[in-house]
Design a binder for this molecule. Structure first.
Ligand code: DQA
Length: 143
């Protein structure tokens, strides 16, 4: 069965209690449950991970290619706006990467307007809360 990696960066372990007016009330486990349900319907497997450490995201992007993943859905959190290492890892693999955000960074602080992830990703889905993840999975299913 084709596998889709769903990688989450810093502070996303606190979803549900972290600034819920911006990020919503769903926890990462809630989102994982929604993704697993939809993945089952689409005939996909999802491998959902979170880390507060930049290097883990780099390692997992490499692993996604090594494991022949169909796609990576990546919410890199604040590393989106800072990490050339994550950018380069996306460029270094052939596995398509979809950038995801719960919020819409473009209508927030100016430091969120730059996305190193977005400059390397196949596409971006942002601003739809937990639905951003499900929309990205729909796109990945069609790759
Ligand atoms: C985020 C947006 C980022 O700017 C922020 O640093 C996050 C979450 C989002 O999902 O909306 O941690 O990636």
């Amino acid at each position: 069965m084709a596998i889709v990696y769903v990688l989450n960066g810093p502070n996303l372990n606190l979803l549900g209690t972290r600034e819920p007016e911006i990020y919503g009330h769903d926890t990462l486990d809630d989102i994982a449950g929604q993704l697993e349900d939809r993945a089952r319907e689409l005939g996909l497997e999802v491998d959902i991970r979170q880390s507060n450490h930049e290097g883990h995201l780099v390692d997992w992007l490499h692993e996604a290619q090594a494991h022949d993943a169909k796609a990576v859905l990546l919410n890199a959190g604040a590393f989106t706006h800072t990490s050339i290492a994550v950018h380069d890892a996306i460029k270094a693999i052939r596995t398509p990467v979809i950038e995801i955000h719960l919020s819409n960074p473009h209508i927030r602080e100016s430091f969120r307007h730059v996305s190193y992830v977005g400059r390397a990703a196949r596409g971006t889905i942002a601003g739809f809360g937990a639905l951003s993840y499900l929309l990205a999975l729909e796109a990945a299913a069609r790759f």
